[in-house]
Ligand binder design. Structure first.
Ligand code: DX5
Ligand code: ZN
Length: 215
């Protein structure tokens, strides 16, 4: 199973981002992970559509947008215009099935995300509507936190169910990924690894390649 890396720009220096994206492209990055936070669903505020549109103009890498906002269905149309994969939190939505369908109606990939407090079985009935599932391995809100090993069992359970149903769904993990935790997540069934502080470091290229080599 090939492992994809989706670097999160959350902890990057935004004035250096154009150069950093070119470096990431050359190093073999598969997609870019963009964390949208509203200060209500999570206790932090990041960026929104205008910044993602600027990034969109600068790169052909697929954009993997992680909405950490309340009432995500209200904003799907705006974000769909600048996303390739658009995900929102199971815990934030009202009609999650409808929101997943709405995302796909724009011709992009849909993703549902679960926080550490959510059991994987809760999203089983939504799997046929998903192109990707994101398991958080930290409490969403900030980069640079410690990986929660409780995510490993959730990945295993979801991988088993995805395979049992014969669905073509990417399984992504986000939070605390580094050279120790990445192999554990891959072994548990993840095939897309988000990495923020591990990649936006003084070993950007080496760390991208290290994660890619796990596949
Ligand atoms: C946290 C975000 C993550 C974060 C990951 O809420 O969803 O994408 O940027 O950062 P690291 O890899 O440093 O944990
Ligand atoms: Zn994220």
């Amino acid at each position: 199973m090939a492992v994809k890396i989706s670097p999160s720009v959350l902890t990057s220096d935004f004035l250096e981002l154009a150069k950093d994206i070119e470096r990431l492209e050359k190093a073999g990055t598969d997609m870019l992970h963009l964390d949208v936070m509203d200060g209500i669903f999570v206790p932090n505020i990041s960026f929104g559509v205008p910044i993602i549109k600027s990034i969109r103009k600068h790169t052909r890498l697929p954009l993997d947008v992680h909405l950490m906002i309340t009432e995500p269905h209200r904003y799907i149309k705006d974000f769909a215009e600048c996303s390739d994969i658009l995900g929102f939190h199971y815990e934030a939505g009202s009609d999650n099935a409808e929101t997943l369908k709405q995302i796909r109606s724009y011709g992009i990939k849909s993703c549902i995300t679960i926080k550490p407090c959510t059991e994987p079985e809760e999203i089983f009935d939504l799997l046929p509507l998903c192109d990707m599932v994101l398991v958080m391995s930290v409490e969403p809100g900030f980069g640079g936190q410690k990986f929660m090993t409780s995510a490993l069992d959730k990945l295993t359970v979801l991988r088993r169910e995805i395979d049992r149903l014969g669905l073509d769904i990417m399984l992504e993990v986000d939070g605390g990924i580094n050279k120790e935790t990445a192999p554990l997540a891959v072994k548990a069934g993840a095939d897309v690894l988000v990495a923020g502080s591990f990649v936006f470091s003084d070993q950007m290229e080496e760390n991208v390649k290290l994660i890619k080599s796990l596949g």
